[in-house]
Design a protein around this ligand. Structure first.
Ligand SMILES: NC(=O)CC[C@H](N)C(=O)O
Length: 426
């Protein structure tokens, strides 16, 4: 197996570096001879490299031949591109990607394998993974499994050897597209195209498919060696109720590291039950899909705001925007990556942030008194809100993420301050 992988590497590299087909063909015959010894017997052998066995059919009619890894089958989803250089495991386990295929623009994926510490939830909720090149070996001291085995066990489809740059350009020009991934030869291109054109992600409640089913307590903190802001803690122990719309574990770890006692509740948990618990604060989490498709969650948020300090992250921010009377809209291709510059309008500083969203709050639609606190510097879209009168703060991006920079982590301090002020005033 290792030998086969080695030859695949040689073949692929040569194909990439040489424009001459003859040269790549020479390398291929070299691979056959050396890996099987068949040349000496003259017996023809099947190619030791993997041939295209999967298709990605986009709703615009384009068909992309690819090689499969992970699960087989047929799956429909919205294709989004993510520009992060690292963190594919956190992306795979971020429940906000439910219903979507993530295309990584970084061409080389799988090189650090996967490990037991980087999971952001209990499973992979995304529809599939689309990459240019699948690393043939893993090299990382924390690695416990290869990406390929990991996806197979979780029944998630992946494809590689596909022109991710060309697809990304198409998504940038035309906006997000629905696609169908298939390894099933029996399905025609037309059938797959029809599937992509009849499925939609807009207006679908996806948070109910990822949320926990009953409340639970969370105690795990960020591992000390990864905790960059531990000297800033002031030692108060706040009780936070965290609404699980698809919550990432690192949000919970960060709150635990700040000394919070955390009760995680399902997306349908009634506001009245939350208020009965008399929490010091409520967190509305990230989550998948269209914020307009979950009016019950908006009603819950509406019933809670004003009563206790609240913090919304991503989907939570969008639901707060709607609960305040504002509107959300679908962006052309959204923001998915680990290096989005955001300006904090309160102090003028710029944060490099991790982002993953296709929807945004329209600041023009918000009532007077609501302050836009953060702006995405790539396109000027709203990246954060505050409404001090209602003890409310929110971010459209991910302060808990660690794409390299930890610039946004201090916002958890702001949430602690909000709860501290409220506690002192009551
Ligand atoms: N990460 C999130 O919470 C994503 C929010 C929402 N599903 C969007 O795509 O905009």
């Amino acid at each position: 197996m290792a030998t086969k992988a080695m030859y695949l590497s040689v073949t692929n590299q040569s194909l990439l570096s040489s424009p001459a087909t003859t040269k790549s063909l020479q390398v291929r015959s070299f691979t056959v001879r050396c890996s099987t010894g068949a040349a000496s017997t003259g017996v023809p052998v099947s190619a030791p490299w993997k041939v295209s066995d999967a298709r990605l059919v986009l709703e615009d009619g384009s068909i992309w031949k690819a090689k499969s890894f992970g699960a087989s089958g047929t799956q429909v989803g919205e294709v989004v591109f993510n520009t992060s250089l690292t963190g594919y495991q956190e992306i795979l386990t971020d429940p906000s990607y439910a219903g979507q295929f993530v295309l990584m623009t970084n061409p080389h994926i799988g090189n650090t394998g996967v490990n037991i510490d980087d999971e952001e939830s209990i499973k992979c909720f995304l529809g599939g993974l689309v990459i240019r090149s699948l690393s043939i070996s893993t090299s990382n001291w924390r690695c416990t499994e290869s990406l390929s085995d990991y996806l197979s066990k979780r029944n998630i489809m992946g494809i590689y050897d596909v022109d991710t740059r060309a697809i990304t350009r198409r998504l940038r020009e035309d906006g997000s597209l629905i696609g169908v991934l298939s390894t099933e030869k029996s399905k025609t291109d037309e059938e797959l195209l029809e599937m992509s054109r009849t499925w939609d992600i807009v207006g679908v409640d996806l948070i109910s498919t990822v949320s926990c089913k009953k409340p639970y307590e969370w105690v795990g903190k960020t591992d000390m060696e990864w905790d960059f802001n531990s000297n800033k803690r002031h030692g108060d122990a706040f009780h936070v109720v965290a609404y699980d719309f698809g919550i990432k574990h690192n949000i919970l770890r960060r709150l635990a590291s700040y000394g919070c006692k955390i009760t995680v509740v399902p997306s349908t948990w009634p506001a009245s039950e939350t208020l009965k618990m008399k929490p010091d604060g409520v967190l509305f989490s990230n989550g998948p899909g269209d914020p307009s498709a979950v009016p019950y969650a908006v009603e819950t948020v509406k019933a809670i705001i004003g009563n206790v300090p609240v913090f919304g992250i991503c989907m939570g921010h969008q639901l707060l925007g709607q609960a305040l009377g504002g509107k959300t809209y679908k962006m052309k291709f959204g923001h998915h990556g680990g290096n989005h510059p955001v300006r904090n309008l309160r102090n003028g500083s710029v944060e490099i942030s991790a982002q993953n969203h296709n929807y945004a709050v329209d600041p023009e639609s918000l009532p007077n008194g609501v302050e836009v606190t953060h702006v995405n510097l790539n396109d000027g879209s709203c990246a954060g809100l505050a409404f001090p009168q209602q003890k409310l703060m929110s971010l459209q991006y991910h302060p808990e993420a660690s794409p390299g920079p930890h610039d946004s982590d201090l916002v958890f301090d702001d949430f602690m301050e909000l709860m501290k002020r409220e506690k002192a005033s009551t």
